[in-house]
Design a protein around this ligand. Sequence first.
Ligand SMILES: Cc1ncc(COP(=O)(O)O)c(C=O)c1O
Length: 372
Amino acid sequence: VQEQNLRIPGPTPLPPQVREAMARQMINHRGPEYAAIQAEVLEGLRHFFRTEHEVLLITGSGTGGLEAAIVNTLSPGEPVLAVSIGVFGDRFARIAEAYGAQVRKLDVPWGQAVTPDALAASLASGPAVRAVLLTCNETSTGAMNDLATLAPVIHAAPGAPLLLVDAISALGAIDLPMDSLGIDVLITGSQKAWMAPPGTTMLGVSPRAWEAHARARMPRFYWDFSTQRQSQQKGQSAWTPDVVTVIALQVALRMMRDEGREAIFARHARVAAFTQRGLEDIGLSLFAAPGCRSRTVTAATVPDGVDTSELLRYARTERGVVIAGGQDRLAGRMIRLGHMGWVDEPDISPAIEALAEGLARQGFLIPTATGA
Ligand SMILES: Cc1ncc(COP(=O)(O)O)c(C=O)c1O
């Protein structure tokens, strides 16, 4: 298969070392070899979650991780505030509704982040809630919430609600210190900044979340935190794990430790700024408001009259660059470029050039030089 420059916001490209590790023979998932790999992965994850607490590895996609966070900490009928800044915030709210939580929603215009004031006002406007659901990085809009300013607002709210954070497309690329921010369940997915394939969701669980778990009555079986914790304490996984992804994570986390946390965060900030500049230079409008632009995915709207699906088709078939379109009500109007995990500026330049060429073929001339 010809190599593609995969520039969607996950799954993300895999480094060669990770791909090689994935080609190995299968191992016993209840044997010592698996136990050693899992222990190393959990230790590596704790370093990036910046937590002293337990991290759980559960086979499933990110959405499964969101569902696990809800069913393990809440009971039917409990009031919850779901802060939504886009498609994935909406999904988190819908999961809570599906399990019978009493969901109050704070809908923020797409392309913006929630402000501490708006969050405080929303928390003050109704009865105390048991939990706040928050997306760190909204992959559908390229906007990012600032947990450092939002977390204290939630901790100060009546009843000290639990803070459940969807960091699926953020963690590993941006600094999100779970313990010092007081995050109760922090959720991510292997296929995003972790340089591993889809298959595993990783969840940090605080002591307060464990207390809530002991009382939470939402139905659960596969996703039960206690079952997974007991198995992890024996070096196993409750159910047959996605062994290949766990092996991939072991290698990827070694690479991440070698590069260093701060260097990884700085690289993502740099590549994000490069991507934003490049897209603006070719005449696209960044969708997220200045000040809340994501460091892992950039969303931009195309000029009126551009056929977005033709633009994406051109980039894919003529230039080998795979770029995502818009989701939900943004479909047809937006392109989204992923820049998390194994990525640097030279991976982005060809994507911007491909878009510039595709726009030119539709008669849209580039106002300035390309971002390359
Ligand atoms: C912010 C966010 N939340 C949730 C999800 C859902 O994850 P998955 O597609 O792995 O179920 C994604 C995936 O793109 C995401 O970016």
